[in-house]
Design a protein around this ligand. Structure first.
Ligand SMILES: [Zn+2]
Length: 503
């Protein structure tokens, strides 16, 4: 999961799903499956995809990180060796994996950013606590008057009008909300600002991105820091310094298709293979990678699916969902229209986990609007957990993982998630155990995201859900996109007819 937000506020958690014990038990013997998915009622894949095998992939990814600088970040040896491992595993299962290479702008800081009030009083803010550089902020060191820009409004800095009469070279102080950070920053630059401070509209630090290199230095600050700057009034003077640059790098995704299955109705199942530079990334996202890889290996042992299944291991997710975005944007219109749906698995072994299902119905306030059919994917996962007597809850499509580009392209999307930097509630402890008031993954994006901190119950429950959904949609995507392909369709494929003619 990517840490960087683009500027819109996240939503609030909503309704859990919990069946009374009796109803749950009854459902085990009669999964309420949609017409056309009857085959999946006798699903085999959840039994074949074992936690033991997933665990061994995760241990191998840990070893690869340990011997290659401690991480598997994009454009590092750790990523390359992990990719070789995935490719080798796929080949041995009979797949022909393909590498898709792309170039991207990598942003790196040479020294920590500075935010300080230089007048009326001097005040230093602490980087990483009170503020942080926006990723893709351009470098620069500016000391100038600080000017609030419509800072009481949620739309602060979202229009050029907000900057009417803005003093040349001043530091714009704006509030988070409504439009992306990049838009506020560009408006400030257009108005002649020397730098911008965007303060949060809720508790916690801003961990934001301006997406592509900004014209002026940009930092995100806490709500409290913002309040202090506003309280200083007209005499406010600030220093904003960001020491960073953008360099062009290259990386790649890996995809592998099942041999059989309808080529015009493809089920894409993805996990990001890269991690952050801070650690080995075994939950984020060794867990999703391992589960998708093992699902691919086991699916290859079953009968030819009705629909083609494409397993995808995305590169450079952590630097802005780059691999998946490059992939979707690089598809021809025809190839894009052939994708029935996208399933995303990014973090399934969180230490303090929850069973989250992506919000395909678009019910949560922080969700991107999902394309039609996404609700059917959500229901597939929810019904699966219900049938096992397990609580699940919806989670926002908040734009922080690889489903984003698929949703933007109109492709129905869904998936599972065991939680990241959100905080577990008392109520959730009743459903999943764990500790209230702590992050779902206290080691998220740290050196301690290791094999020792994985919750294996989480891996087991969520990976079973993954296997179930992949087998279900490999069989039929009727409830998602109205397309019904049967094994008979394939008997009449040109290759088969060719065989007849030769005899
Ligand atoms: Zn992440």
């Amino acid at each position: 999961m990517s840490s960087r937000r683009t500027g819109r506020s996240p939503g609030t958690p909503a309704g859990r799903r919990l069946l009374a014990g009796g109803a749950a038990a009854a459902l085990v013997f009669g999964l309420g499956l949609a017409p056309g998915t009857a085959h999946a009622a006798e699903s085999q894949l959840p039994t074949l995809v074992t936690t033991e095998n997933i665990r061994s992939h995760m241990e191998n990814l840990q070893t690869i990180a340990d011997y290659n600088g401690g991480n598997r970040a994009s454009a590092t040896p750790g990523y390359d060796v992990a990719a070789k491992y995935v490719i080798d595993q796929l080949r041995r299962a009979g797949y022909k994996p393909v590498k898709h290479t792309f170039e991207y702008d990598s942003w790196a800081q040479n020294s920590p950013a500075v935010l300080a009030q230089t007048a009326p009083e001097e005040r230093e803010f602490t980087v990483g606590e009170d503020f942080d550089a926006m990723s893709y902020s351009t470098g620069g060191d500016v000391t100038a008057p600080g000017v609030a820009v419509n800072a009481d409004s949620a739309e602060s800095g979202c229009s050029a009008d907000d900057f009417a009469g803005f003093p040349e070279g001043a530091v714009a102080v704006v509030r988070r909300g409504t439009c992306p950070f990049s838009e506020k920053t560009q408006n400030a630059a257009d108005a002649g600002a020397g730098a911008i401070v965007i303060f949060n509209n809720e508790a916690g630090p801003i961990n934001g991105t301006v997406g592509t290199e900004s014209a002026i230095p940009a930092v995100g600050a806490t709500q409290e820091a913002g309040a202090e700057l506003l309280a200083a009034g007209e005499a406010l003077e600030l220093r904003v310094a960001v020491d960073a640059q953008v360099t062009t790098r290259s990386s790649y995704n890996i995809t592998a298709d099942t041999k059989g299955g309808a080529r015009d109705n493809v089920v894409v199942v993805g996990a990001h293979l890269d991690g952050v530079a801070e650690g080995p990334g075994i939950n984020d996202n060794g867990s999703g990678t391992a589960a998708v890889l093992e699902t691919a290996k086991q699916l290859a042992k079953l009968d030819t699916p009705n629909n083609k299944v494409r397993f995808a291991f995305w590169g450079t997710e952590e630097e802005g969902l780059i691999g998946s975005t490059e992939y979707v944007e690089g598809l021809s219109e025809r190839d894009r229209s052939r994708i029935a749906l996208y399933l995303n698995f990014d973090m399934i072994g969180s230490p303090n986990y929850a069973r989250f299902v992506y919000d395909g119905r678009g019910e949560l306030p922080g969700s991107q609007v999902p394309p039609s059919g996404s609700a059917a994917i959500q229901k597939t996962f929810e019904d699966y957990f219900d049938a096992r007597g397990l609580v699940s809850e919806p989670t926002e499509f908040n734009g922080r993982s690889d489903y984003s580009a698929f949703i933007a392209a109109g492709i129905p999307a869904g998936g599972l998630f065991s939680g990241g930097d959100g905080i577990k509630t008392e109520e959730q402890v009743e459903y999943y155990g764990g500790t209230a008031g702590e992050q779902y993954d206290p080691y998220y994006h740290t050196a301690d995201d290791t094999i020792e901190h994985i919750n294996w119950d989480s891996v087991e429950e969520l990976s079973d859900g993954i296997a179930f959904a992949v087998e279900t949609f490999a069989d039929s995507t009727l409830p998602v996109n109205g397309v019904l392909r049967t094994h008979q369709d394939q008997e009449f494929s040109p290759e088969r007819l060719g065989d007849h003619w030769l005899r």
